[in-house]
Write a protein that binds this ligand. Sequence first.
Ligand code: ADP
Length: 307
Amino acid sequence: MIHPDDRQPMADAFVVQLSGNTTFDKTVPFRLRRGDGTWEWFEGQSTYIANISGHPYRLVGICLSIQEYKDIENTLIEARKKAEESDRLKMAFLANMSHEIRTPLNAIVGFSDVIASTYNELSDEERADFVRLISINSEHLVRLIDDILDLSKIESNTIKFTYSCCSLKSMMKDIEKEQAVKQLPEIEIKALLPDDIYINTDATRLKQVICNFINNARKFTEKGYIHFGFTSHSEKDQLVYLFVEDTGEGIPQECQKEIFDRFYKVNTFKQGTGLGLSICKTIVEHLQGSISVESEIGKGSRFIVTL
Ligand code: ADP
């Protein structure tokens, strides 16, 4: 009945005992097979009773189930592992953040210094160029900080999700109107809308996710289209699919899982924080949905939220 891994220590304990050294103060943990085939942890303690000539003739002891302690021990081990892992992630996050913040900040400080110290020596063109670079980097910094605040609010559970009945058609139409203001010359940005569907969700957060997909699509598409909208395959399964599809550069197969990780970017030289999709994923999970991507290099990508 003793677990194969525990047989030797058990046998050793008996040998020690029979050699005349009492081991009552020493416990031996071991597993016994239960009737249902599973193992339960016990702890044995025993001593021998000697006859008149000192020869051991009987073993007396107790056998105590310590399964509950073992379960608690395992929970504690798991908790320690988790704490160590989150400590490691925190350190990695801080190191990464310092780098991510420093890069645009250095550009802002550097170019402002150049303008301040050599204002009169610069041509109008050079000055305009430096101001443009300061502006791009400032925008990047603001987005980065917004993303981090969003991420930390979501992760610390201090973000509030407000559910209400939401018309997907009017949400998509609103997004289409907003996108029309910042049209791109060679890209058609259009909502493809079937009959309306109403769902109970946090409309603001859901819209944030779709807009994030569209902003990515704008960044990685040179020409063609960005189409977005929603579908539902059947009323039976009660699922609704929101999508954003582009004819952009696509994402290599081997990176398609990682793009949802924090700070992951396929091309580190492209503008972006690498945080957008991980925020989208967390929001969608809070909304009890899932997020996925289908993509082919050179052809385009389709991001899908299933609710
Ligand atoms: P970023 O701020 O860098 O866009 P995201 O988390 O939103 O951060 O995206 C992570 C990475 O996923 C991007 O850097 C890019 O490499 C890839 N990606 C996201 N959307 C698209 C898309 N529509 N087309 C091609 N690549 C994309």
